[in-house]
Write a protein that binds this ligand. Structure first.
Ligand SMILES: Cc1ncc(COP(=O)(O)O)c(C=O)c1O
Length: 309
């Protein structure tokens, strides 16, 4: 992701200059990965900056810590104000990425984390465009498997969980690919290190079920709903690697990646090799219309204006 960060960051209700936002080396999260985060996008449409699906991000934010009994000591409305406020205070009038997070602070050398363990919440923002090349990227199937709920809760968006993503990403980059695709423990397709995956198989839009250890992505949910409303058959079902490799189209979805076509997997061209296919292009267009506020049927539900609300 691109730096630089905006000058002001939010910590537990105050806006402070970035260089003053430091934490002690004894912070529990530094040692044990006890940090919960969200990735949120806000889109500038020439008139206003709109945060996409803010309420859903806040719901997942709180729920992630809940799996571990880690407390988010701010109300939903305070978290909402932090996310919109960090954009406003930094006078952002361009599309940006916001990273709210909370973590266990000074809690000693202690693996017994209870709801009264001290936590700190912070948020920062930065202008942000495309994460990936939108004309299509290459991916490789990772030799690392996606961890499952048998080890740690997959739906907890927590620092420690991302070591699995980091090792898979490193392997993919070393192999010269743009991204990794992880299989679940039983060998079905799960997701990418920071994105969900969709494939067009026999004319249907398919994404792996949550039982394949995929994160319940907000973009994934958006795509399922919008595709169905547009008359595209969209289903959650197990996906084998062979089905993915022989799909007509494959794309990744995520707040950062938005909708990113995957045109090569394990050196094999996907579909007819002519770039993003028609379903992918249609979903990309619909998604852009929605986040830019050009789809009135979704604007009220999914867009939160930063200015003049
Ligand atoms: C592991 C993983 N899967 C999927 C996603 C996509 O989720 P969302 O669409 O909510 O950003 C993300 C990003 O948050 C992620 O980190």
């Amino acid at each position: 992701m691109k730096l630089p960060l905006c000058r002001l960051v939010w910590i537990d209700g105050s806006y402070v200059p970035l260089e003053q936002a430091t934490i002690p080396i004894t912070t529990h999260a530094m040692h044990y990965g006890t940090t919960i985060f969200e990735g949120v996008r806000a889109y500038w449409n020439g008139e206003n900056l709109n945060v996409f699906r803010l309420d859903d991000h806040i719901r997942r934010f709180r729920r992630s810590g809940g799996f571990y009994g880690i407390s988010l000591n701010h109300t939903d409305s305070e978290v909402s104000d932090a996310i919109t406020g960090i954009c406003r205070e930094n006078k952002l009038r361009e599309s940006c990425y916001v990273r709210p997070f909370y973590f266990v602070g000074n809690h000693g050398i202690n693996l017994h984390v209870t709801p009264d363990a001290p936590t700190v919440m912070a948020a920062f923002a930065f202008p942000f465009g495309d994460l990936f090349e939108k004309g299509g990227i290459s991916a490789v199937t990772s030799s690392w498997r996606k961890f499952s709920d048998a080890s740690t809760p997959v739906q907890a968006k927590m620092g420690g969980n991302y070591l699995n993503s980091i090792i898979a990403t490193g392997e993919a980059k070393k192999a010269g690919a743009d991204e990794a695709i992880l299989l679940d423990l039983s060998g079905n397709v799960s997701e990418a290190p920071g994105e969900n995956i969709f494939a067009v198989i026999d004319g249907r839009l398919v994404t792996p079920t949550l039982a394949s250890s995929a994160l319940e992505g907000i973009t994934r949910n958006t795509i399922l709903e919008v595709a169905r409303a547009a008359g595209i058959e969209a289903v959650e079902q197990d996906m084998t690697r062979a089905e993915m490799m022989s799909a007509q189209e494959v794309f990744l979805s995520g707040t950062a990646a938005e909708i990113t076509p995957v045109t090569i997997i394990d050196s094999k061209r996907i579909g007819d090799g002519g770039g993003p296919g028609p379903v992918t292009r249609e979903m990309m267009e619909r998604y852009t219309d929605i986040v830019m506020g050009r789809a009135p049927e979704y604007a009220d539900r999914w867009l939160t204006p930063v200015y003049g609300a």
